[in-house]
Design a protein around this ligand. Structure first.
Ligand code: ADP
Ligand code: MG
Length: 448
């Protein structure tokens, strides 16, 4: 049963997470509702319990075992490993070496280059900054901090920088890895009492890139180590590039001093894609698909339809196109609107999920620490009126509701009040950076 559960876990959580957390476990026995595991460290046990506990328990139940608790005891995972440990004292995990070639990073995706990155207004700044850093030369933005929602091209840009740097500077030690891997390496180093070579290795690179750094939020010792590594590299004027799904200041569970340090260089965000950019991306991916499936024909209206209707997440957009081409080449039909509707029904339904005015009011009230009723009330104090205007602005821009409808939802106000609010916020966004940020943040949260 455990073997089957492992196979399921691997496909559910991905190969990398599986190898980091589940693979090191071995199941000892199940008795009176408890599954007993041996884990290499208490840390791994706790981690698994916290992140995968629920999933593992329900998998056991599905397999017919009444498991309500997981118990982790620290023990070497396999007898072989234990033997090595005894022989050599403190063995080094194979993957972490201080050798010239073997940096413990993730492989770079050959498709993620600057050539294949389509630039538009939403990603213009991030792209320009990435290009500059990719040229190497004098370190001007350090660190470069790229942030933005899922599927907007953070990883793509980081790989593009790495390719470029390696191409321009053979022998350059560029290390790219996810924050999760960073943590895994660190935990391994602790486990094998080998933090010295861990430190040496990370401090010896020319360029360090850590992807999805929000992952280390709340993980105190990893955070601490990351911070030391980061400082050491910056002090040596080595380029550091970080990505996250939100701005440094907004990552909860990361220490203030780290947050502020992360903002010392250039912080560039990737905005959600707009129609134009989606069209551009689709056109470039279309060329690749047509090369791969030369017999497939596509009605051009389809591309525009997709750019309008599919999510801002580029990964989803690409997935839609790939699916259409696969389907069309299978059934030997032209890709037209009918096929698109049929083949992408699930994606199109998902993109219909629209933000409601109630959600907007709730989120805005939360954000400004007000009660929902305050926003609907007639009170005119600035501390309430401003948030109310922001909420009206968001209602106008994120929903398709008419001005009178919006007015009604805001405690029966007149549509001219709504017009005024929308104008006011548009103005303020240009002059008041706090309001601009609030609006941007709320929009992201509502559209997530
Ligand atoms: P993130 O790391 O921000 O979640 P990725 O970099 O993994 O997003 O991008 C998701 C997918 O979308 C990748 O296949 C990437 O190549 C593609 N993509 C994202 N932005 C662009 C762009 N501007 N031009 C071309 N492809 C893009
Ligand atoms: Mg990514």
């Amino acid at each position: 049963a455990w073997g089957r559960i492992c196979t399921d876990m691997k496909s559910a959580i991905g190969q990398e997470a599986y190898q980091s957390w589940i693979d090191p476990l071995s199941l000892d026995r199940i008795d009176s509702g408890t599954a007993h595991f041996a884990a290499p460290t208490t840390f791994i046990g706790r981690w698994v319990e916290r992140n995968y506990g629920e999933r593992i328990r329900s998998s056991f139940v599905r397999e017919g075992y009444e498991v309500t608790r997981l118990n982790f005891t620290v023990a070497p995972a396999t007898p072989q490993k234990a033997a090595v440990e005894q022989e050599n004292g403190a063995p080094k995990p194979a993957a972490v070496t201080t050798g010239e070639e073997e940096l413990p990073g993730s492989p770079l995706d050959p498709r993620f280059t600057f050539d294949s990155f389509v630039v538009g207004k939403p990603n213009e700044l991030a792209h320009a900054a990435a290009r500059r850093v990719g040229e190497g030369g004098e370190v001007t933005f350090n660190p470069l901090f790229l942030y933005g929602g899922v599927g907007l091209g953070k990883t793509h840009l980081m790989h593009a920088i790495a390719w470029k740097l390696q191409e321009e500077n053979p022998g350059f030690r560029v290390l790219y890895l996810s924050a999760e891997q960073f943590m895994y390496r660190f935990v391994q180093a602790l486990r094998f009492r080998d933090t010295i070579s861990f430190k040496q290795m990370f401090r010896s690179v020319d360029v360090l890139m850590v992807d999805d750094v929000q992952f280390i939020a709340g993980k105190d010792s990893t955070q601490e180590e990351f911070f030391h590594t980061f400082n050491a590299l910056i002090d040596q004027n080595k380029q550091v590039i970080i990505s996250a799904d939100r701005a440094p200041g907004e990552i909860e569970g990361i220490e203030e001093r780290i947050k502020s340090r992360l903002q010392w260089g250039l912080v560039a965000d990737l905005h959600p894609t707009d129609y134009e950019l989606r069209l551009g991306i689709l056109q470039s991916k279309l060329e690749a698909q047509l090369l791969q499936h030369p017999s497939v024909k596509i009605n051009h209206g389809v591309i525009e339809f997709l750019a309008h209707r599919i999510s801002t997440n580029v990964r989803v957009l690409e997935g839609a196109l790939t699916r259409l081409f696969a389907f069309a080449s299978l059934v030997g039909r032209e890709i037209d609107m009918d096929m698109t509707q049929e083949c992408l029904a699930d994606l199109l339904r998902a993109s219909e999920r629209k933000v409601t005015i109630e959600e907007i009011i709730r989120k805005v009230a939360d954000h400004y620490n007000l009660r929902m009723n305050d926003l609907l009330s007639a009170r005119r104090a600035r501390a309430i009126a401003r948030p109310r205007q922001v909420a009206m602005f968001l209602a106008k821009t994120l929903t398709s509701k008419s001005l009178p409808e919006i007015g009604r939802k805001f405690g029966g106000r007149d549509h001219t009040t709504v017009i005024h609010a929308v104008k006011k916020v548009e103005e303020l966004k240009l002059t008041d950076s706090q309001i601009a940020e609030d609006v941007e943040l709320l929009r992201r949260m509502l559209e997530a």
